[in-house]
Design a protein around this ligand. Sequence first.
Ligand code: NAP
Length: 275
Amino acid sequence: MSVAKPDVGNVVFIGAGNMAEALVKGILGGGLCPRNAIGVTDVRPERREYFEKHFGVRALTANREAVRRADVVVLAVKPQAMAEVLGELRGAIPKTALVMTIAAGIPTTSLEDGLGEGTRVVRVMPNTPSLVQAGASALCGGRWATEPDLATAGALMASVGLVARVKEADMDAVTAVSGSGPAYVFFLAEVLLHAAEKMQLDAGTARDLTVATIEGAARLMKETGLPPAELRARVTSKGGTTEAALNVLREKGVFESFVEAVLAARRRAAELLKS
Ligand SMILES: NC(=O)c1ccc[n+]([C@@H]2O[C@H](COP(=O)([O-])OP(=O)(O)OC[C@H]3O[C@@H](n4cnc5c(N)ncnc54)[C@H](OP(=O)(O)O)[C@@H]3O)[C@@H](O)[C@H]2O)c1
């Protein structure tokens, strides 16, 4: 059965960086809208040219002009550039448009205050695997966002991976779990590669085995739907090699340290919001 795709209309990206590139690729790949319905702006001419050449989308220079006929405006600049962008766009975005932000740590109220009363804002926290269409994003709506707005933002983000809807109060926890999450997995990969080197395993072989192991374990968890503790127990025979490894992790309190680390990320996300 084919699922009807929402008509997302004209989508304009403010900031044509890595994330915008992933999303444009996903939107075109998923057939969410035609090339000529996508516009991008960027302060860097080389990024505008790149988007025009690679994706055949419209590249524009003036942010205010670019959003005038937009149905969806995606704010895809770094958080540091957001205040300037909001100042530029204030009063230029049509009242009918949805404003989707993927900037880390900027609450919907800041955007509503910056762009004006009644602005329909959806805030998204994506993660870096979105760059290879394997992302995990969470989204929440602002005061004036409608259900169709959340559905549209959900469809756009689904073109680069999984999407979850959360309350805005949970965004800091999401940042700590899936936003920073890829870094924890890369950290584990570093550990395995470092240990492999100590055991004089060939570096290329170790990398291939590590990548396939992480990918395979994630797929096993997804496809079986089993809790990770159960899957771990299934690899851990009494007196075996895995048990020897896990005993060391237990003795050193690695589980507790990791939990503390994730909670520290959430605390930092909350602090950054206040600064
Ligand atoms: N990359 C990720 O995986 C990831 C994950 C989670 C969230 N995010 C969020 O996604 C957003 C975009 O990240 P990114 O990695 O794609 O950033 P990026 O590669 O730096 O792209 C942003 C682009 O916007 C340009 N820009 C700056 N000010 C502008 C303005 N006033 N008008 C138009 N363009 C402007 C930047 O130019 P300059 O470089 O010259 O400033 C840059 O080319 C960020 O807010 C980030 O927090 C990213």
